[in-house]
Write a protein that binds this ligand. Structure first.
Ligand code: FEO
Ligand code: CA
Ligand code: CA
Ligand code: CA
Length: 591
């Protein structure tokens, strides 16, 4: 039977049962509310969403596709409001099969989009900033909120930090190497203590293609970043900058962490090159005991690495403007996790160790543009696809979510990646050393431990949780996480339907005490969808979730989707949407 209480867990909700269904589900005693869907108005002049008559101009003013990262920025600015704020939401990628009529399915579906559809897709990327308010217990967007903004694949941005202006950053359209249009494949993200948001460019390789991927001067670097001749998007046919043969340097301007101010809709987003170029899943911060800011980031690829960036200076809590370019100066490190439980943080600094001209790095800009190769030379530990890396605000331990890696062979296992053909992923804790009882996240050493090994206990080899974990509480393919103010971890999954035959969901667990690693199923996504962006209001009374790619199942199309979540109208395709979950009658999520 389904346990009604948490056993040794402090979480009090009754668990859901694992299943796959067209509708989503949340634990009894809680309710879900739809806040924003693909196509909903963001800007004042946005037309009503018509899925059969999509245009570039309409999509540029509407909520984009495939919502992922969510941040909640309270209003007024600087308050801890839990009823009024800005939702900042990433739009990771587009799925032509599910967005447009007549495309069909298969790996070449995107190549069947026409020029106008390609432009719609470009506008459906980026982010939305939407003012939201809770009135009489219900969350809703504030129509035409004054901070509302769309950032798209074409929004003008600045490039800053050590790689700005380098030869490899210059294109035909930008001889300065400091100005770029758009941000792409924004998966997760983070924020800063001074109120800006960090949005992260992940699988940027998919947009660029051309024969130069094989034969060009940059072929080796393209290969290390997964850029191939045949791009999976058709955009290169309609816009030269996505064609490597015309603009070989354009992809060098993607793969960065982008900082922007959600409280200033006119602000120009900035690509912060000091944080390195790779497939950034996210980028989350912790303020160190000395006031320096430490930002953790995973490179989501099989056998890629975990990074952190330490600012050169402390942040200034009294002068917001003084922090404006704090992220341009500091040190990027990559992690080596040895089998004795130690973490060594290795600096990616030009001139140190192998990062020299003899090895092809003439300056720090080249170390950062080719971060992956620099980290290879430092012999960082190849991980099972690092997703979110996030620090528990109560314990100071940093959680590294490793989603899966079925390519890991028996001969490549190690202490921190202990399973061959790791189909279900695992979660590692990094324990920083203490200085006067406070964690030192800037230190070059730490320890690591395994928090859990995912999969079904008793069925999947090596699956490991608290022994009281129920038949409903095990999970597969962890991706994003969030912590509530009690220091409990909330884990969102991506890939469980194919890896484990259960829906993706949101699971919660204590991180310390008798309920440590006892995960419990709280929310279940509709078929085809992953759960992203878990984000609490400052009082834990609401958790926002981004439900991404509903209906993205094999054979599912715009015309014949596997679900029509969340509208369930015959004329409406499934729509990625942000939902709010609240407790009936009020109170903290999870209690
Ligand atoms: Fe876009 Fe790493 O998930
Ligand atoms: Ca995703
Ligand atoms: Ca993700
Ligand atoms: Ca993922």
């Amino acid at each position: 039977g389904v346990p009604m209480t948490g056993g040794p867990s402090t979480l009090t909700f009754p668990e859901l049962r694992h299943q796959l269904a067209q509708r989503d589900a949340v634990a009894e005693g809680y309710e879900t509310q739809i806040v924003m869907r693909w196509g909903d108005a963001v800007l004042a002049d946005a037309p009503a969403f018509d899925p059969t008559a999509q245009t570039e101009a309409a999509q540029a003013q509407q909520f984009g596709y495939n919502n992922d990262f969510i941040d909640f920025k309270p209003l007024p600015q600087g308050s801890r409001s839990a009823d009024h704020g800005l939702l900042v939401v990433n739009h990771e990628y587009t799925d032509s099969s599910m967005m447009f009529a007549g495309i069909g399915t298969g790996s070449a579906a995107r190549l069947r989009t026409n020029a106008e559809q390609a432009k719609v897709e470009l506008m459906a990327h980026g982010l939305s900033i939407v003012e939201v308010r809770r009135t009489d217990g219900r969350w809703a967007a504030v129509p035409a909120g004054r901070y509302n903004r769309r950032i798209t694949g074409a929004t003008e941005m600045r490039i800053s930090g050590p790689a700005a202006g380098h030869e490899l950053m210059k294109t035909g359209a930008d001889q300065t190497g400091t100005k770029v249009f758009g941000t792409l494949n924004n998966c997760a993200g983070g924020n800063t203590p001074w109120g800006t948001v960090l949005t992260c460019e992940e699988n940027f390789n998919q947009y660029f293609g051309g024969a130069a991927a094989r034969t060009g001067a940059l072929a080796e670097m393209y290969r290390r970043y997964g850029i191939v001749e045949n791009a999976s998007y058709a955009w290169g046919r309609f816009e030269d900058r996505f064609n490597l043969d015309k603009e070989p340097n354009e992809p060098n301007r993607f793969g960065w962490v982008v900082e922007f101010d959600p409280y200033d809709p006119q602000s120009v987003p900035v690509k912060r090159t000091a944080l390195g170029r790779f497939k950034h899943e996210g980028c989350t911060h912790v303020v160190n005991h000395d006031g320096r800011v430490v930002l953790y980031s995973g490179d989501d690829e099989r056998f890629d690495y975990v990074y952190k960036f330490v600012t050169a200076r402390p942040w200034n809590p009294n002068d917001r403007a003084a922090n404006r370019d704090l992220l341009d100066e500091g040190t990027l490190f990559v992690a080596r996790l040895s089998d004795d439980g130690k973490v060594a943080w290795l600096p990616l600094v030009h001139g140190q160790g192998p990062l020299t001209a003899e090895n092809g790095f003439r300056n720090q800009a080249e170390v950062l543009i080719n971060t992956r190769r620099a980290a290879d030379l430092l012999r960082a530990t190849p991980m099972d696809r690092p997703e979110d890396v996030e620090t528990n605000p109560v314990t100071g331990r940093t959680y590294v979510i490793l989603t899966n890696n079925t390519s890991r062979g028996e001969d490549r296992i190690d202490g921190a990646n202990p399973r061959p053909r790791n189909a279900h992923g695992h979660i590692i804790e990094i324990v920083p050393p203490s200085v006067n009882g406070r964690p030192d996240h800037a230190a070059t050493e730490a320890r690591w431990e395994i928090f859990l090994l995912a999969g079904k206990p008793g069925q999947d080899a090596g699956a490991r949780y608290h022994r009281a974990t129920s038949d409903q509480g095990w999970l597969s393919c962890p991706d994003n996480c969030a912590f509530d103010s009690k220091g409990r971890i909330w884990i969102a999954t991506d890939g469980a339907p194919s890896a484990a035959g259960v829906a993706d969901g949101l699971y919660a667990s204590d991180t310390q005490g008798p309920g440590r690693a006892l995960t419990r199923l709280f929310y279940q996504a509709p078929t085809g969808a992953e759960v992203c962006g878990p984000c609490f209001t400052p009082d834990d009374s609401t958790i926002f979730l981004a439900i991404q790619h509903p209906g993205e199942d094999r054979g599912s199309t715009f015309e014949r989707p596997s679900t029509r979540w969340p509208d369930f109208q015959d004329t409406m395709p499934p729509r990625p949407a942000v939902i709010a979950i609240v407790k009936r009658g009020g109170g903290s999520i999870g209690a």
